[in-house]
Design a protein around this ligand. Structure first.
Ligand code: PLP
Length: 451
């Protein structure tokens, strides 16, 4: 048996994959990736793929980086593990907390560390509950989340997620979640409605939902500045300003899920800044470490910190924490990743490469009959596939067009991972002009072939 067949068989026999159809895995086998080379990944058969999605919207510096490897090795030799319980901290964790606090658009922020995006989301929800208990409003428990949102896979984060396949088999969502519409300007607007009018209508819907539920029962509203998983949904420019006005009317907190948008992806340090969102807390992960270490963070306002302080004024501990929170090796890696972002003039680079990507996609796809919409912000884009441009009708599920696009991508040496009917782009920040060309040309060829 070849080494390749040996690996395939063992994978099918022993490994339960995330977000994978088991029958398809048994039939087609796994895609085994052995090495990284800048924005490319290399399969165990030696084939190279330009990874258009930076893995899972995360590997912002690509798939190998000597400098980070060196920092990680030194950090492991110096202090391979320590924690943040009972007042412990490593110098790098302290340094990185300060560095994140100084970057986020929350004045005098405190930073809490966790290890995944989902844990950061769960942490924000617990802090929202703690905050309202401290203010004598313990009945404020409900969280408003949006249709088609993705907030993670742990039980509450999956409940906040507005995608049926994340709920179906698990009896989710849990109670206490209020659902409002996704601000999808391509599909959600009614004929003749401007983006601003659409934002007004969404704000009115939010207001009505709050009144119907009882404002005194609602703790927070959670949203991604740009909804990545639903196919890079960029809300109207005035949406978050209007949402914030409604929330302020009822004293409801605004929680930003910056897991994808944070750390440069939108052309600003945070998606909040790109979209005019003024949050009370922010969850960050992925780009924080370029996913070179499983580390995430939450930024919170002084008011929320004061509530934690008041709750523990009589000698109790803040009752929350993960074994690997503020991991010293993770912190050392984040510190170096942030230094590299600063040195590469990140925001300018993302804006430039993102503009080029959207221009080239628009040129390539302008006459492609199955492309309904090309959209994005920063180095993040979505190309929505339709069967009919006029009616915006989508292809029947049985035609499996997204899977076909993904397979053809691999034939062309592109690692694609469409989100529903949208081919999404979230490449590493290091992509060159030639690599942007490569993505646009190849996706153009694939979609023309299908249409
Ligand atoms: N929030 C958003 C917007 C995400 O895209 C994800 C993951 O893709 C998460 C939260 C959950 O992050 P994790 O998978 O690290 O738990």
């Amino acid at each position: 048996m070849t080494h390749s067949n040996f690996l395939r068989e063992r994978d099918i026999r022993f490994h339960l994959h995330s977000q994978t159809n088991p029958e398809a895995l048994r039939r087609d086998g796994p895609i085994i990736i052995e090495r990284g080379e800048g924005p490319y990944v290399i399969g165990e058969d030696g084939k190279r793929y330009l990874d258009v999605m930076a893995g899972l919207w995360c590997a912002s510096l690509g798939f190998e980086n000597e400098r980070i490897a060196g920092v990680a090795a030194r950090a492991y030799r110096s202090l391979a593990y320590y924690h943040s319980f009972s007042g412990r901290a490593s110098p790098d964790a302290i340094d990185v907390a300060a560095s994140i606090a100084q970057r986020v658009p929350i004045e005098n922020a405190r930073i809490y560390f966790a290890t995944s995006g989902s844990e950061a989301i769960e942490t924000m929800i617990k802090l929202a509950w703690l905050y309202f208990r401290g203010r004598g409003q313990p009945e404020r428990r409900k969280i408003i989340a949006r249709d088609r949102a993705f907030h993670g896979s742990t039980i509450f984060a999956a409940s906040l997620t507005g995608l049926p396949h994340m709920h179906r088999e698990f009896g989710l969502p849990l109670g206490g979640i209020v659902r409002v519409s996704c601000p999808d300007t391509y599909r959600g607007r009614i004929a003749g409605e401007s983006e601003d009018q659409f934002a007004d209508r969404l704000a009115a819907e939010l207001d009505e939902a709050i009144v119907a539920e009882g404002p005194e029962t609602i703790a927070a509203f959670i949203a991604e500045p740009i909804n990545a998983g639903a196919g890079v949904i960029v809300p109207p420019d005035t949406y978050f300003e209007k949402v914030r006005a409604v929330l302020d009317k009822y004293g409801i907190l605004l929680l930003a899920d910056e897991v994808v948008c944070g750390f440069g992806r939108t052309g600003e340090w945070f998606g909040c800044q790109a979209m005019g969102m003024k949050p009370d807390m922010m969850a960050m992960a992925k780009g924080l470490s370029s996913s070179y270490f499983p580390i995430s963070a939450v930024a919170l306002t002084p008011e929320i910190y004061e509530a934690i302080d008041a709750a523990n004024a009589h000698g109790t501990n803040f009752g929350h924490g993960f074994t690997n929170s503020a991991h010293p090796v993770g912190a050392a890696i984040v510190r170096e990743v942030l230094a590299i972002y600063d040195e590469m003039n990140l925001l300018e680079r993302v804006s430039r490469q993102g503009k080029l990507l959207r221009e080239r996609l628009s040129e390539e796809l302008s006459d492609c009959s199955i492309v309904g919409d090309v959209r994005g912000r920063g180095l993040m884009a979505g190309v929505e596939i339709v069967e009919d441009r006029n009616s915006k009708a989508v292809f029947a599920v049985e035609k499996a067009v997204p899977a076909q696009i993904e397979r053809m991508g691999m034939d062309y040496g592109l690692m694609l991972r469409p989100q529903g009917n949208t081919v999404t782009f979230c490449p590493p920040f290091i992509v060159t002009d030639e690599q942007v060309e490569e993505m646009a040309n190849k996706v153009g060829a694939i979609l023309r072939e299908i249409s």
